[in-house]
Ligand binder design. Structure first.
Ligand code: TXA
Ligand code: MG
Length: 325
């Protein structure tokens, strides 16, 4: 059952309680409706991918109450601060390097070392984030491959029964997604056009790069855009997938009963829960990387994960990590 909530303080408080309990709540922003989870709860974030039916993990935008709260989780640059002054709250998302202390679940950023942050202008979004007291990770509240919803009815049509609640926030004023600007490299790079125009960005900060002209000598920075080519976090150690047995020099990424003989094991889910495994995947790869070499191990073997539901996204991610080496 999906609760249809209203804009009363009581309903917003209830929605925040659901988020705190690890449930999903769809809410209005000025761009499109978001499918929100507590960004610091990896289990809740895994539910987002489950509800959307995404076959792979896309990094999500984290929604904050203020620029100050957002910049406490990433390394801001003077350009980021200038843009925040001009366009926040509003339909602009900035991609910046995560701070080492950033408490946002790795799954929310799909394992990347950058984080997409935004301060939305919609009063419902603002009240919900304030009531939760933590950032809300939220993609657009549509099923994978369908268009972004701009009314509560669109959301219900696609996600009814798959999420705990939706706050009827009225129609979205902007109606297209936020502009995504990557500020983690030397020159600002437009990853997705959206609610703030390229011209407005250029008037504010000068040069903004976009796309690549043929023959351009410089290394493409589009690798940052996960929709195109992905440079997600890959472990430093070689990764072998679908392992059915384990070698003496391998650490094990286990799913269910671990393979016999492993000296170092990270358990994704003892009970073979795909949902739990998704929420622990990036932590697990990092942990094995950090601990394996010290034990003289030279590689990571990942056990087979079933190819359905969230298993599709887990396997997609593992295959990329294994191939990207
Ligand atoms: O207007 C919006 O942006 C809406 C509302 C809910 O805020 N959200 C939204 O989220 O459109 P989503 O997940 O549908 O799109 C997020 C975009 C994706 O293209 C994703 O690849 C990109 O932002 N993105 C997120 N984190 C990134 C990162 N660390 N590096 C590069 N791109 C990132
Ligand atoms: Mg989307």
């Amino acid at each position: 059952m999906t609760d249809l909530l209203n804009r009363t303080d009581r309903d917003i408080t209830h929605a925040a309680e659901l988020l705190r309990a690890g449930e999903l709540v769809a809410f209005g922003t000025e761009t499109v409706y978001g499918l929100g989870a507590d960004a610091q709860n990896p289990t809740a974030v895994a539910k987002i991918f489950e509800a959307k039916g995404r076959p792979h993990f896309n990094p999500l935008i984290c929604h904050y109450e203020s620029a100050e709260a957002a910049f406490a989780h990433v390394h801001a640059t003077p350009i980021a601060e200038k843009l925040a002054d001009t366009f926040w709250p509003g339909p602009l998302t900035l991609v910046l390097p995560r701070r080492i202390t950033c408490p946002v679940a790795l799954l929310a950023g799909a394992g990347l070392d950058t984080l997409a942050i935004r301060v939305p202008a919609h009063p419902i979004a603002q009240r919900l984030i304030a009531a939760l007291g933590r950032p809300i990770a939220a993609p657009s509240a549509n099923r994978s491959g369908r268009i972004s919803p701009t009314t509560a009815a669109h959301v219900l049509d696609q996600l009814e029964g798959r999420i705990a609640a939706i706050i009827d926030s009225g129609p979205c004023r902007v109606g297209v997604e936020s502009t995504v600007l990557d500020l983690s490299g030397p020159t600002p790079f437009l990853l997705r056009p959206g609610g703030v125009s390229l011209e407005a960005l250029q008037a504010n900060i000068g040069e903004v790069r976009q796309g690549l002209t043929p023959g351009q000598a410089e290394a493409p920075r589009t690798f940052r855009s996960p929709g195109l080519l992905v440079s997600h976090y890959a472990p430093v150690l070689p990764l072998r997938i679908n392992a059915a047995e384990i070698a003496a020099d391998e650490a094990l990424l286990a799913f269910g009963a671990p393979l016999a003989g492993a000296s170092l094991v990270y358990q994704l889910s003892e009970t073979s829960s795909l949902h739990e495994a998704a929420s622990r995947l990036f932590e697990g790869l990092h942990w094995l990387d950090d601990h394996a070499a010290a034990r003289g191990l030279r590689a990571i073997a990942a056990m087979k994960v079933p190819d359905h539901a969230l298993g599709l996204a887990i396997n997609d991610r593992l295959a990329r990590a294994a191939a990207g080496q």
